[in-house]
Write a protein that binds this ligand. Structure first.
Ligand SMILES: *Cc1c(COP(=O)(O)O)cnc(C)c1O
Length: 431
């Protein structure tokens, strides 16, 4: 009997989340991926050393470049995502930062909506501009034509979140991919809130997908991690990217032409940015993410079930004035949600209260089951007041453009018994 489940992509998602990308026969028959605690690896013979350092051969040479535990995680994500290659990094922000650096240099622009995760927004509005890379924002984040209007000769990519933060606005990935491709640009999707179980952006034309694995992929609030996934096949030699032209010339002697062209984005992300800026993922973290992934589909089913119930409960509650959850028929994103999220549009709900900031404070101080934490995607339910935490210090106009008001609370719905969640929230809302 030969074990082949590790490389059979015809298997179902839940089967692959347990088996894909890991062959025990290569690891002393250890049934779980071992944690390889090594700063550096034997190069073997002289010629193998050359192959490893020219990246002609995949394998580990120095721990900052790659690690066998991380490689298992990368292969598993590639299988779940239906992508081509992945790079694990220290955090979601490390992945997003390095993706932008891989695409853009001084003078270049990235087009995005304003409804972004706070760290990504800061990166595009404050940090990268210091290095000459500018975030340019679509005037209407729900309209593909608005992204098109923001694209110039200096644009290097369009970046969106499949489910935005904090109001879970749904990106029309198919339209956005068309708009980007028409101008010779890749579409990058931060799919953190959705996970590959609920949505696989490559199927709708996205070129690069990134995750904060800190959230649902890890799933238990125990680690900080990020992963970038390259679909493969984008034409990086289309005249917009001098850095990729140089990379191609520098490496075509060592790396087979087909593979180099196909995965130029992820190869350059690893060889230039992971290797030399050093945002590497610890193999202990990779092990933790792999463990989380084993139950991803099961957790997401329960997250979504609970989110649907809780959003309906909030919609009919007298203390609540508005609920943002794309699964609600009243949501302006309901039609997009039905198209992109047949299994359910994630489990992040934001809602507004009667009674302003005082009411928000009262709810936070009266919940007993919800954790007051800024994280999302934990197995536990979390609640946060965005205006004084994730969006703290931003001008009110910026907060409100992102859908954050003084009476807005955001919930990351966990996998607890729904009756307990409703009872706890109801009591806090009536306090
Ligand atoms: C948390 C988060 C990030 C940043 O990830 P870290 O792992 O915390 O660095 C990026 N995008 C989204 C949508 C997130 O929720």
């Amino acid at each position: 009997m030969a074990y082949t489940a590790f490389n059979d992509d015809a298997l179902g998602f839940t089967t692959r989340q347990l088996h894909a990308g890991y062959d025990p026969a290569e690891h002393h028959m250890s049934k779980t991926a071992p944690i390889y605690m090594n700063a550096s690896f034997e190069l073997g013979d002289f010629d193998r050393g050359i192959r490893l350092f020219s990246f002609a051969e995949e394998g580990s040479s120095y721990g900052r470049y790659s690690n066998p535990t991380n490689e298992v995680l990368e292969r598993r994500i590639v299988s779940l995502e239906g992508g081509g290659a992945a790079v694990a990094m220290a955090s979601g922000m490390a992945v997003i930062t390095n993706i932008f650096l891989n695409l853009a240099a001084s003078g270049d622009e990235i087009v995005a909506p304003r409804t972004l995760y706070g760290g990504s927004l800061t990166l595009l509005t404050k940090i990268l501009p210091q290095y000459g890379i500018k975030g340019v924002f679509a005037a209407d984040e729900d309209d593909a034509a608005s992204y098109d209007a923001a694209i110039t000769d200096k644009t290097k990519a369009v970046f969106v979140e499949s489910l935005g933060n904090p109001n879970s606005n749904v990106a029309d990935i198919e339209r956005l991919a068309e708009a980007a491709h028409r101008r010779g640009l890749p579409l990058i999707v931060d799919n953190t809130f959705a996970t590959p179980y609920l949505l696989r952006p490559f199927e709708y034309g996205a070129d690069i997908v990134c995750y904060s694995a800190t959230k649902y992929l890890g799933g238990h609030g125990t680690l900080i991690a990020g992963i970038g996934v390259d679909k493969g096949g984008f034409d990086w030699l289309n005249g917009r990217y001098p850095q990729f032209e140089k990379f191609y010339e520098d490496n075509r002697e060592y790396i087979p032409e087909n593979e180099l062209k196909r995965f130029m984005f992820s190869k350059r992300l690893r060889m230039t940015y992971l290797c030399d800026l050093g945002a590497h993922m610890s193999p202990i973290t990779a092990f933790g993410v792999l463990q989380g992934l084993e139950t991803l589909s099961l957790r997401m089913e329960r997250h979504v079930y609970n989110a649907r119930k809780l959003s309906e409960f909030l919609s009919s509650h007298p203390a609540v004035t508005e609920v943002c959850y794309p699964g609600l028929q009243s949501s302006p994103y309901f039609a997009l949600s039905e198209k992109y999220f047949p299994k359910g549009p994630g489990a992040i709900i934001s809602f507004r209260l009667k009674g302003g900031i005082a009411a928000a404070k009262r709810v936070i101080e009266n919940v007993r089951l919800f954790d007051f934490m800024v994280n999302v995607g934990d197995a536990r339910s979390l609640i946060v007041h965005a205006a004084t935490s994730t969006h703290f210090g931003q001008p009110v106009s910026v907060q409100e453009a992102a859908g954050v008001f003084e009476d807005t609370l955001r919930i990351s719905v966990g996998i607890e018994d729904i009756e307990d969640l409703i009872t706890d929230l109801d009591r806090a809302l009536r306090a």
